[in-house]
Design a protein around this ligand. Sequence first.
Ligand SMILES: Cc1cc2nc3c(=O)[nH]c(=O)nc-3n(C[C@H](O)[C@H](O)[C@H](O)COP(=O)(O)O)c2cc1C
Length: 184
Amino acid sequence: MSDPNDLAAFLDLGWQRLTRGVADRRAAARHPVFATVSPDGAPEARTVVLRVASRAQGTVEIHTDGGSDKVTSLRSNPRAQLMVWDEKAKLQIRLSTYVTIHQGAEVADRWKNVPEGSRIAYGASPTPGTPIPTAQAYTKVASLEWFTVLSCRIDAIELMQLIEPHRRAVFLRADGWIGAWRVP
Ligand SMILES: Cc1cc2nc3c(=O)[nH]c(=O)nc-3n(C[C@H](O)[C@H](O)[C@H](O)COP(=O)(O)O)c2cc1C
């Protein structure tokens, strides 16, 4: 490894690993944990697929079913964290984000690009999380009506790397991503 004190190179590594997650189904960043806060204040974490990672805009994008609990939670508290553990790079990536919810005509173009076989993930009757008497007592709807894009504006990136000695840094949108070291 080059200079371990090079903050800019550390941030480059974080973005490389993130963007790989969008392009490569086997990359660790393909499946971040996405954590929100429920309307009654409880933490909720679940696995999602990373659909877009834009370093230029400092955003990532998740696609979901508009009837899912996470959407209700984001309406009451739009702050969410994404977390990736990338074992190959020995790197934990935490993104603190502010999420905007996009549906309907706004996302019709993106819906056209969702492969037929994947559309089934968006829409269920009754809605996701509803108690049902047997495992298969639901139908899939697969419609634009439920397709929901979560656009996550990254406000902070925290990187923690388990090389020896460990290193950890925080990069903030508010100060132009200059970054600062933290005790790991
Ligand atoms: C590998 C994997 C990938 C997943 N990808 C997504 C996804 O991209 N979007 C999504 O909404 N749920 C995805 N899920 C399902 C979520 O983990 C979760 O069960 C579901 O969204 C309901 O969450 P909620 O009730 O907290 O809203 C995925 C689950 C797994 C195991």
